[in-house]
Design a protein around this ligand. Structure first.
Ligand code: NAD
Length: 470
């Protein structure tokens, strides 16, 4: 049986040590050492080496923090970091090159290009649900772009926080990459300092605190937030594959995934078939008695566990519903037609409860989604291509996957990020590189052929000619 009741003594970084750490990173950036391609490649290789060599320690920490099985930790976190590193190493030289653009006639003879340059020191504030990926994936992007970075892992995944600090000290260039461990007090101290970019992953409330603090220094932010991600299931879909993919994406990490389907929208007449198919897949994946499955995770803390259990009050539970607070266990649970104003439908669930909302016609799903905040992800299962187009063009979401769960996260060519209240900015692959770079405008003019047209004294003849050129 999985448990995550083993806790670790959490030792935050001393507040007095935070300012010197930041200053040291800034001094390193000023030295220019992180700009070299060789330094970037070496650090990326070291990140990969660190993850592979420390795999067993990482698995143990994940098990303690989230009751996660090793394969799920590999698929969702370690594998993601390794493929981000490989992708960056493969393309980095090209990303760093000046990007030539055309030059208008008014600026001829001349050349124009965009020169990516590192921003400086990046603050990476991570969340507990994917405690390795959410700090190392931004780190890959920050290092690829030639920056220094300060990582603040989440205190809720205390075992991983401790391990991240240890691994970074053992494997990476500590003059350029450092860790501050801590909770609210330490993060508040961090936010009093000037960084060149802050990437924050977590909830909306703290996202606003981060953005406010960043505004003091006009520091750009990337906010990787959450929200209620809808999953629209049209009756034309392949029922068996749809059920498997919904169960995989909803109950991975016991539902504690920012891009997990938060709720399902389905036609009334098709709902019983879909619910049966989902129940069967849960049994197939986790066994008849899920609590004994080694593949099903636990809730990160008692506070979060109580929060999720509370969502079940006065609801029509049609599957599951059992829980064990002491072991932070909640069974995969399906709730049918909760009211829109219940906390279950007002807040991001971020746990293993799947509400199924039925409607007379699936086209009603579009106004349902549009009446709410823009979600981080939107899922559509359908074989009807005109409905697919309708959903794509009539709704807004950070990311969309048609006929699967969050598989887009596995493609480094796609930006990962939200829109509106689900986040701002994005990373992964080249988009991450660009996010942590300043795309510097450069124009080089020739001294030859200096057209006097734009210089005073201005005449009506010059003005006429100029209007033709601009
Ligand atoms: P959390 O509790 O780990 O908090 C996130 C970070 O904020 C931590 O490092 C924490 O120390 C810091 N923090 C907490 N309170 C603070 C305060 N008052 N001032 C400054 N810093 C503070 O994580 P959480 O907020 O429970 O995360 C869950 C949310 O994150 C969900 O909404 C989920 O959807 C979202 N999320 C988004 C992504 C994404 O990539 N978009 C990924 C994972 C989680």
């Amino acid at each position: 049986m999985q448990t995550n009741t083993q806790t670790t003594e959490f030792t935050p970084t001393l507040v007095a040590d935070i300012a010197p750490k930041i200053q040291s990173l800034k001094n390193t950036f000023s030295s220019g050492s992180t700009k070299a391609l060789a330094w970037r490649i070496e650090q990326l290789q070291q990140i990969k080496k660190m993850v592979l060599e420390q795999q067993d320690n990482i698995f143990t920490a994940m098990q303690k923090d989230l009751g996660r099985c090793d394969m799920e930790s590999w698929t969702a976190e370690l594998g993601g970091v390794v493929s981000e590193v490989d992708h960056s190493i493969k393309h980095l030289k090209k990303w760093m090159k000046p990007r030539k653009v055309s030059t208008p006639i008014i600026a001829q003879p001349g050349k124009s290009y965009i020169l990516p340059e590192p921003l400086g020191t990046i603050l990476i504030i991570g969340a507990w649900n994917y405690p390795l990926l959410l700090v190392l994936s931004p780190l890959v992007a920050a290092v690829s772009a030639g920056n220094c970075a300060l990582i603040k892992p989440s205190e809720l995944s205390a075992n991983m926080s401790k391990l991240v600090a240890k691994m970074v000290s053992l494997y990476l260039d500590n003059d350029a990459i450092d860790v501050v461990e801590g909770a609210v007090k330490e993060t508040t101290e961090l936010l009093k300092h000037q960084f060149d970019h802050i990437i924050y992953t977590g909830g909306e409330v703290v996202g606003k605190i981060v953005m406010r603090a960043a505004a003091e220094f006009l520091t750009p932010v990337t906010l990787e937030l959450g929200g209620k991600s809808p999953c629209i299931v049209d009756s034309s879909t392949d029922l068996d594959v749809t059920a498997a993919r919904i169960v995989w994406s909803k109950w991975m990490n016991a539902g504690q995934t920012c891009v997990a389907p938060d709720y399902v929208l389905v036609e009334k007449s098709f709902a019983p078939q879909l619910i049966d198919a989902i129940k069967n897949k849960i049994a197939e994946f986790y066994g008849a008695d899920v609590v004994t499955s080694k593949d099903y995770g636990r809730i990160v803390s008692e506070r979060h566990c109580s929060r999720i259990i509370k969502y079940l009050e006065d609801q029509n539970v049609v599957f599951g519903g059992t829980h064990d607070l002491a072991n932070k266990y909640i069974e995969p649970t399906i709730v049918l037609d909760p009211s829109s104003d219940s906390p279950l439908m007002q807040e991001e669930i971020f746990g293993p409860i799947l509400p199924i909302i039925t409607m007379d016609n699936i086209s009603q799903a579009i106004p349902y989604v549009n009446a709410r905040e823009k979600p981080l992800a939107l899922y559509l299962f359908s074989k009807n291509s005109s409905f697919e187009q309708q959903v794509l063009t009539s709704t807004s979401a950070g990311m969309v996957c048609i006929n699967d769960g969050f598989m887009f996260a596995a493609n480094p060519n796609l930006p990962f990020g939200g829109v509106g209240s689900s986040g701002t900015g994005a990373y992964h692959g080249k988009i991450g590189f660009d996010n942590f770079s300043h795309l510097k405008t450069v124009m080089k003019r020739s001294f030859w052929f200096d057209v006097p047209l734009r210089y005073p004294p201005f005449t009506s003849k010059k003005f006429k000619l100029l209007k033709k050129l601009i």
